[in-house]
Write a new protein. Structure first.
Length: 179
């Protein structure tokens, strides 16, 4: 009797987690970090894991009317100060953006791309790995997002942020080449 109950509970937990993962794919990226660790416990879920799944579903039921809006107006970055550096005496003096030789010429208005990223140090208490959260916007519309476990174990927030910065930069390069 106990074994049959555990099996049904595991199936229910797996279905609820699968539904959450599907919701992330269609645009509920605010729950991505909370959901990403739950599949690790599908084989032997405990009461705390089911409670976490219920909390996330409760959050989604409260946020039922939240949508992703397509916004074509450019973001206002005038309040961000930009420190101009003299790169002539550095190893980056001759650096240029890589563009394909057969890239078409831009037409129309410019659409600025903004990227936001952050790292969560020691997110996984078992392995000690951090989580990188990245959101890319074109104008003010989210176009790409991810939340993933870093492949290395970092002991300082600064290093974890550097790893996330590298991941974000690689994604920006890919997105710019795609666009």
């Amino acid at each position: 009797m106990q074994h049959a109950f555990c099996s049904k509970w595991q199936q229910l937990n797996g279905l609820l987690i699968g539904a959450l993962q599907w919701l992330i794919q269609i645009g509920c990226f605010d729950i991505c970090t909370a959901v990403m660790t739950l599949p690790h416990f599908r084989a032997m879920p405990r009461q705390g894991h089911l409670d976490r799944v219920k909390k996330i579903h409760g959050h989604l039921s409260k946020m039922r009317d939240v949508t992703i809006k397509i916004r074509t107006d450019a973001p206002d970055h005038s309040d961000i100060s930009v420190k101009m550096c003299d790169w002539e005496c550095s190893c980056y003096a001759d650096a240029k953006e890589e563009t394909p030789l057969d890239a078409p010429k831009p037409k129309g208005k410019l659409a600025p791309m903004t990227s936001h990223f952050d790292a969560n140090l020691h997110h996984n208490l078992v392995s000690g790995k951090s989580v990188a959260g990245i959101l890319h916007q074109l104008n003010k519309t989210p176009i790409n997002w991810c939340s993933k476990l870093q492949s290395t174990v970092e002991t300082a927030t600064f290093r974890s942020e550097c790893v996330t910065t590298t991941t974000c930069t690689e994604q920006v390069i890919d997105l710019r080449l795609t666009l």
